[in-house]
Design a protein around this ligand. Structure first.
Ligand SMILES: Nc1ncnc2c1ncn2[C@@H]1O[C@H](COP(=O)(O)OP(=O)(O)OP(=O)(O)O)[C@@H](O)[C@H]1O
Ligand SMILES: [Mg+2]
Length: 248
């Protein structure tokens, strides 16, 4: 594993409309070691999603240097970006982005379809991933029959398809109540720890801050502060048992 999964310096990004340019990221520097669970926090509009989108090769910076997993992604073509997203990054979103007409296992299989896995193999692997997030018994259920917390765990299983080194989550607990949000985030953190993934989470949710290895604050497009997690998660409720042997 590289010493740093993400190394960025001097990142700038502006959005343009009607000849007006609005700077959103200003000279952002970031170094994220392998295996870290990093939280990005800060006021609405401070540039968190924009930065996460650059880290996920969804957007390109206007200027600055950025290497992810040893690749100079700032110079990527759209095709390179798509390949990188498909193979190296798992995404988790606030509203899950699942297909309502599909079952839990079919939703995970969609990610393997993009990787062109044969169906029999992708089904077996999808079932393993659902077991890892504690949903073995819900694999055949349509996702509309699952609770919000269960849906987010399906999305987490989908993010792990293809064994990406980097997991990016944008407000993963914002649609969940306190207990299921903490539960989903603990599943994400523990799985990524045992599977040696690097995780970057954008969040406003102070209830989950204890799960961060490090918290960076963005303000007005700049890194405004850094610090360790606020406290200990020792008193938080336990998540369901994880069976990480299945993914070996
Ligand atoms: N596609 C876009 N076109 C123009 N402006 C944009 C676009 N996306 C975001 N912005 C603007 O860029 C700024 C940063 O947006 P961004 O979504 O990165 O903030 P954020 O920190 O994620 O906010 P929130 O916490 O509300 O999700 C905001 O002022 C926003 O209005
Ligand atoms: Mg945002």
């Amino acid at each position: 594993m590289a010493d740093f999964i993400v190394e960025a310096a001097g990142l700038c990004k502006a959005y343009h409309s009607d000849a007006v340019s609005t700077p959103v990221l200003r000279d952002v520097a970031l170094a994220v070691p392998g295996g870290e669970c990093l939280f990005l926090v800060g006021p609405s509009g401070s540039g968190k999603t924009t930065l996460l989108s650059i880290l996920g090769c969804v957007l390109s910076p206007d200027s600055g240097h950025i290497e992810i997993l040893g690749e100079n992604v700032a110079g990527f073509s759209p095709a390179d970006q798509a390949r990188f997203r498909r193979e190296k990054v798992g995404f988790v979103f606030q509203r899950f982005h699942l297909f309502d007409a599909l079952s839990a296992v079919e939703n995970v299989q969609v990610a393997f379809d993009l990787l062109k896995w044969p169906r029999v193999r992708s089904r077996a692997k999808s079932l393993e991933l659902l077991a890892l997030v504690g949903l073995a018994d819900k694999a055949a259920s349509r996702v509309t029959r699952l609770s919000m917390g269960q849906r987010q765990r399906v999305a987490l299983a989908r993010a792990l398809a293809g064994d990406p080194a980097l997991i990016l989550a944008d407000e993963p607990t914002a649609s969940l109540d306190a207990e299921s949000g903490l539960n989903a985030m603990r599943v994400l953190k523990e799985l990524c720890q045992s599977l040696e993934k690097t995780v970057i989470v954008v969040t406003h949710d102070s209830r989950i801050f204890d799960l961060a290895d490090r918290i960076l604050t963005l303000a007005d497009g700049r890194i405004a502060g850094t610090g360790p997690a606020a406290g200990s998660s020792a008193n938080a409720p336990s998540p369901p048992a994880l069976n990480t042997r299945l993914i070996a």
